[in-house]
Design a protein around this ligand. Structure first.
Ligand code: GLY
Length: 317
């Protein structure tokens, strides 16, 4: 019997204790990851996932989520889903009930969720809407009246302003973004789940790394599982989660495997650079993480924990 271990990214502590309780009762890593992320998605104080997530450039919340199982490398994901509060559950359903496919987007994903009877809900909370509006007010006037701007209507100016805002986005001071949870159950199954409302003010239809296997989520029972938060385009372009797993396959410890994957991503040219973070868990319960800045942590619970512990991530020099 394997030791029970769960790790998660910043703010996953909203769901990890309940996920560990599922494992302690003999439940599967799939159930633990799904429940843990559902609770994070339902946390209205979190503006980067589920209900209360920050919207896209049109003010609409679009969610991405995925789940991957280490023993089979089965993968299910949804992207750009509107009006369903728990995309992780739809992603799991894609994996288990629609195995001929791995990723559904937009209306098709919503039709699948309707077919399965998932409840619809308003995802844009008043607080998230207010945050979104405040940020739009900070767009400098020259960005909408500058010489490159041919916009004549308010609608055109609005879209250019949103694009300008995306361009200026800098890494936040504190923890932000997507949530990852990776669980190792008593049967030695390793499952990784990722859920996000994506980059705030993103272009409608933009899909990040969270819904893409090998980019934001990867699990292979032979070597381990890894997941990412932060600048999804860098994780997509570098295949970050798969790189972490390949690094562990080559013999690196999880922390070093994450660090090396971030170094590779950092080498890519990127005018919109923001931080990327990784964490990883091996089939024998070793874990680690890396981040672009000092002071970053990931969350850990084992079968012996009474509460979540916060472990440092190795910071890129
Ligand atoms: N890492 C989440 C995103 O870029 O959407």
């Amino acid at each position: 019997m394997s030791e029970l271990v769960i790790i998660g990214s910043e703010r996953s502590e909203a769901g990890i204790p309940a996920a560990m309780e599922i494992l302690r009762r003999g439940g599967s890593a799939q159930d633990a990851v799904e429940r843990g992320l559902q609770l994070c998605e339902d946390n209205l104080a979190d503006h980067y996932i589920g209900t209360g997530g920050l919207p896209n450039a049109r003010g609409i919340v679009e969610l991405d989520a995925s789940m991957m199982v280490g023993s089979t490398r089965a993968f299910g994901a949804v992207a750009a889903v509107k009006n369903f509060p728990n995309p992780i559950s739809i992603a799991r359903a894609v994996m288990e009930k629609l195995p001929q496919h791995a990723l559904l987007v937009g209306e098709g994903a919503e039709a699948f969720a309707d077919f399965l009877g998932f409840e619809r809900a308003e995802l844009l909370t008043p607080e998230a809407r207010e945050l979104w509006l405040q940020q739009l007010k900070t767009v400098p006037q020259e960005s909408i009246e500058g010489e490159n701007t041919k916009a004549t209507t308010g609608d055109e100016r609005y879209r250019l302003a949103s694009l300008e805002l995306v361009k200026r986005m800098a890494p936040h001071e504190g923890p932000w973004g997507t949530i990852n949870i990776i669980a190792l159950d008593k049967n030695g199954e390793l499952v990784c789940g990722v859920s996000t409302s994506g980059y705030p003010y993103k272009h409608p239809g933009r899909v990040g790394d969270s819904a893409v296997p090998g980019a934001g989520n990867y699990a292979d029972i032979r070597y381990g599982s890894a997941a990412c938060t932060g600048r999804g385009e860098l994780a997509l372009r570098s295949g970050a989660a798969r790189t972490v797993v390949e690094n562990m396959r080559a013999g690196m410890e999880p922390e070093d495997a994450c660090y090396a994957a971030l170094q590779e991503a950092r080498a890519l040219p990127d005018d919109f650079r923001a931080e990327l973070r990784c964490l990883a868990l091996t089939p024998d319960g070793r874990h680690g993480g890396a981040a672009g800045m000092e002071g970053s942590t990931y969350t850990l619970m084992t079968e012996h924990s009474t509460q979540p512990e916060f472990r440092p991530r190795k910071a890129l020099l």
